[in-house]
Design a protein. Sequence first.
Length: 275
Amino acid sequence: MNKALSLLCLALSMPVLAAADKVIATGGATSIEGAAGGGIVPWAVINGYASSEQWSVNTFASTVQVDDFSLHNVGLGLSYDDRWEWSFARQKFQLDSLGGELRQDVWGVKYRLAGELLYSSMPQLSLGLQYKKHRDFTLPAAVGAAEDSGVDYYLAASKVFFHSTAGRNVLLNATLRNTDANQIGLLGFGGQGAERKWLLEASAVLLLDYQWALGTEFRQKPNQLGFADEQHWRDLFAAYFVNKHLSVVLGFVDLGDIAGFQAQDGWYVSLEGTW
């Protein structure tokens, strides 16, 4: 985590490389796999604040701490024209009770197909891809994973509804993901007889004002390794967008059973810098 924070501080000290014309908070935060969205779900939004023919760069660091495991993430994102997003995340999954760690790299790309988050009647629709490469495959192979890499495909729809709840704006997101990843790839990909599955992910966010947001997310999981159940994920979070260059997210996560360890819940924190 110290290296992640150092990278974030370095990024924030760099000169601004692009204009920032989008409304604050409309780039979302950065999910644990590097794509713009919430904490555990990618949304249709494009990271950063670049508008037409502009570039934006962001970096993030996050930690998820539950009873028997911790997940540390650090990464970079690049966007262009409020239409293209490229991202990279390095994940370190520490087995706090067992000892040891597992590492994974996630390379992502997202393209806005149609619609706009704020200014069109139809939702913003984006198509995304995440290539995941496991760097410590011995343990996943031992518990039945078939491959050390895989590709997730997803289609996300996001829309802000103005003055819809107690006079506040609400963002709703639905993401449909096709994957064969076990525990998002941290336990490898596939398994004996396992097939790719379509899974639903969803987010609902109450925008208290231009800087504060409260949200909840749900993410289905495939449950395809025979040695232990893989359960769906949930979170509750509060996000504070200090300005267009810095945001902070704090949350509670319920990750269900992981690798035979039951009821893994705990906390989540993320810092993001944008320029």
